[in-house]
Design a protein around this ligand. Structure first.
Ligand code: CDV
Length: 315
């Protein structure tokens, strides 16, 4: 039996430095309205979908950083998005900067929420793999200060029953690591929603020769196939705050094939009709119950970085 959903990547063009939340929310609502015309049930928006990607800037004072954070979700400014989604009966994934707590005890995360078709938050994820520097380094051509502005996500990789299936969430750099997908797949995830902000060029990396898009896609395509899952990956695109973003939002099938892809670098809805039951053939092929050998993989959780070779018989 097919479990069909029409899903969309709600790609965003750049968000201006002084673009107020209500203006951004209006852009998100316009994408939801287009999604309704195309019969979508779920729209995946990018990482930090309410603000510019501020970690590429050094902002010394916390009070100045806090304008990028949401202390409530929804807030008076973001509630219209939730109301529009409920009125249109469309769910969404939204990436944003989350602040929790009060006074001296405020914690800040790079977060996403999954919202169902009646405007209810059904899941939250906090980014685990925060790239970049924990301190400002003036010698770098491009700052990336996520590790300075956010704490590591503390919610693990949860999976939620939603949209007729099991849904997990990841954020940007998470997509380059194999472990998150497998942790989601071990909980039966069939669909992974992922928002990202990836520069089109990264100075000081081995990606100067046109490999950026390849390195964006190859881990997701491998993960979709190895774990039997759909992936909807959504970019912030275009030139934002002096930085060209890669765009390339896409939908990846459990076969590992890219089945839908953005063509531009502005606000754009990439839609795809997916069958969650198409995951089954791949999950059956890899048949974790029969073929996985966790006892042989112990090093993956016991060791963080590279160390000496194991002794004979050790795992
Ligand atoms: N926002 C990100 O996580 N960006 C990273 C870059 C900086 C490596 C990414 O994986 O695209």
């Amino acid at each position: 039996m097919a479990r069909m959903q029409t899903v969309a990547a709600g790609q965003l063009g750049p968000i201006g430095p002084d673009e107020a939340r209500p203006r951004v929310v209006a852009r998100l609502i316009a994408l939801l309205e287009e999604a309704k015309r195309r019969s979508c049930t779920l729209v995946v928006f990018p990482e930090m979908a309410l603000t510019p990607f501020f970690p590429r800037r050094w902002i010394p004072r916390q009070t100045d950083r806090d304008r990028y954070f949401e202390f409530d979700m929804p807030s008076p400014e973001t509630r219209p998005l939730f109301e529009a989604a409920a009125a249109l009966n469309i769910g969404f994934y939204l990436g944003y900067c989350e602040a929790v707590g009060e006074g001296q005890d405020i914690r800040r995360y790079n977060t996403s929420v999954l919202v169902d078709g009646v405007g209810r938050i059904v899941g939250k994820y906090r980014k685990v793999h925060l790239p970049g520097n924990a301190e400002y380094d003036p010698t770098l051509k491009l700052q990336h200060l996520e590790a300075c502005y956010f704490e590591d996500g503390d919610l693990g990789f949860p999976v939620f029953e939603a949209f007729a299936g099991r849904v997990g969430m990841l954020i940007c750099n998470d997509r380059r690591w194999p472990e998150p997908y497998r942790v989601l797949a071990l909980q039966g995830a069939e669909l992974v929603c992922l928002g990202y902000n990836s520069p089109a060029f990264l100075p000081d990396t081995p990606e100067q020769n046109g490999l950026r898009t390849f390195h964006h896609l190859v881990p997701m395509q491998a993960a979709a196939y190895q774990n039997g899952m759909w992936i909807v990956a959504t970019a912030k695109a275009g030139r934002e705050d002096g930085c060209d973003m890669m765009g390339q939002s896409c939908v990846i099938a459990p076969s590992g094939e890219v089945v839908a892809r953005a063509t531009g670098v502005g606000d754009e809805l990439v839609t795809c009709r997916i069958d969650l039951d198409a995951t089954k053939a791949y999950k059956r092929f890899f048949d974790f119950d029969t073929y996985r050998r966790p006892q042989a993989y112990r090093l993956i959780v016991d060791r963080q970085g590279v160390g000496p070779p194991l002794s004979r018989g050790e795992t």
